[in-house]
Design a protein around this ligand. Structure first.
Ligand SMILES: Cc1ncc(COP(=O)(O)O)c(C=O)c1O
Length: 413
């Protein structure tokens, strides 16, 4: 039965009590038992995000001329993101609602560019097998054929295969920094080089890495080239609502050159009675609160704060990864480079990895399932430093369980 609008008004207390009751069954992300979706960075950050959003709960970011403070915060957030990615003087961009919207806009830019510059009529996109589903969504929405670039043995996109697949119909090539399933960075230099030689738009998906890798580099950790320092990278998506620690609804699509933003991303329209209309985003009316939250957290933490959190992430990642690898029957998939990884049944072991997942569910841990290979997935946030020992103890016990599992249906949340 679909819900119906209640006949009678209710008190705010009644409404809020009903919501709290519903919420009781939700995942306990504050307790560090979930590994993606929310990226808690501490109570101080939470408190600031709440205040910043309250200040901008009602405004509409559609029209920057009515709310110049919003425009100025958006310009600051884009500028900060682009400079962390080593964009030059000509770099620019826009804020979006999330990684998916940034990717859709990169694809739109690439498609319109290819039509204008090379007259492409029957477009295709070269998408590594490990790339986020947002690229498949972009292909579906924009009428672009998705051509899969296979992975090398190290689980990174294969540039030799990409070189064979590229042709005059290719409107966009891309790589992830890092990819969601395995946490590895694709060979961006090689892939972007292939694109540059043919004047094809290249997108780096740094939705996960954009606010971690620059700080890992500063901490002296090895970071494979992925940003605008790589010749041929045209746009980069970087999510403030992931490792930038803003609440949801905040990402940046950064362009190497303002001209691709203005000529191919921007939508302009006059042909109706309502006056001139222009928008960089997929959405029309846009919430102001995520822009405020993003601006607030970037200024609150500053470089110092992000470095502090990056150090915590790195330590937690190292402890978790080596802890998992030390458990008999389990093996880490590939060589993860950032703060997320998958683990599977070690070669020769009779362990059913999804049965391990079930046993972890029973102990209250929410691990995502994935396939190719069958594996469980961990995405670490700074607050996970508190749960490492408990997690590894439970995983050690869970790894003694044998199948059958409740099912190996891969689940991405
Ligand atoms: C590598 C990567 N790209 C893009 C996205 C899409 O981001 P969003 O969920 O914010 O749309 C994700 C989400 O997890 C991701 O991991």
């Amino acid at each position: 039965m679909p819900a119906k609008l209640p006949k009678h008004s209710q008190t705010p207390e009644q409404v809020l009590a009903a919501m709290r009751e519903k919420k009781a069954a939700d995942a306990d992300w504050r307790g560090g038992r979930t590994f993606s979706l929310v990226y808690p960075a501490g109570d101080d950050v939470d408190a600031l995000l709440r205040e910043a959003q309250l200040l901008y709960l009602y405004e509409n970011a559609l029209n920057p001329f009515r709310f110049p403070s919003l425009r100025s915060m958006e310009v600051d957030v884009v500028g900060i993101a682009a400079s962390l990615l080593h964009g030059g003087e000509d770099a620019d961009g826009a804020m979006t609602s999330g990684g998916t919207e940034s990717i859709l806009l990169a694809a739109k830019t690439a498609l319109f560019r290819a039509r204008a510059e090379r007259g492409v009529k029957d477009p295709q996109m070269l998408v590594p097998f490990s790339a986020h589903p947002a690229f498949a969504k972009a292909c579906e929405l924009l009428g672009i054929e998705r051509v899969v670039v296979p992975l090398q043995d190290d689980l990174r996109a294969d540039p030799k295969a990409a070189a064979e697949l590229v042709n005059e119909r290719t409107v966009m090539m891309l790589g992830s920094a890092p990819c969601y399933p395995f946490g590895v960075i694709d060979p961006i230099e090689e892939l972007a080089g292939i694109a540059a030689r043919r004047n094809i738009h290249f997108h780096t998906d740094a939705c996960l890495g954009g606010f971690v890798l620059p700080f890992f580099e500063k901490l002296g950790r090895k970071v494979a080239p992925f940003d605008f320092r790589v010749e041929g990278v045209s746009t980069i998506s970087t999510d403030v609502h992931k490792y930038g620690y803003a609440t949801k609804g905040a990402s940046v699509i950064a362009h190497r050159s303002r001209s691709t933003l203005l000529e191919h991303q921007l939508f302009k329209f006059r042909d109706w009675p309502g006056g001139g209309y222009a928008s960089f985003a997929m959405a029309g009316a846009r919430p102001a609160a995520p822009i405020a939250a993003a601006w607030a957290v970037l200024h609150y933490l500053g470089e110092e704060g992000y470095l502090r959190l990056a150090r915590r992430l790195a330590e937690t990642m190292d402890r978790l990864q080596s802890g998992v690898a030390a458990i008999a029957g389990l093996a880490v998939v590939g060589e993860p480079e950032m703060t997320l990884f998958a683990f599977t049944a070690a070669e020769g072991s009779d362990l059913d990895i999804f049965a391990v997942g079930d046993a972890m569910d029973e102990r209250g841990w929410c691990l995502d399932r994935q396939n190719s290979p069958d594996a469980l997935h961990l995405m670490i946030s700074p607050e996970h430093d508190r749960i490492v020992d408990d997690f590894l103890a439970d995983l050690g016990a869970a790894a003694k369980v044998r199948g059958p599992s409740r099912g190996g249906e891969a689940r991405y949340s």
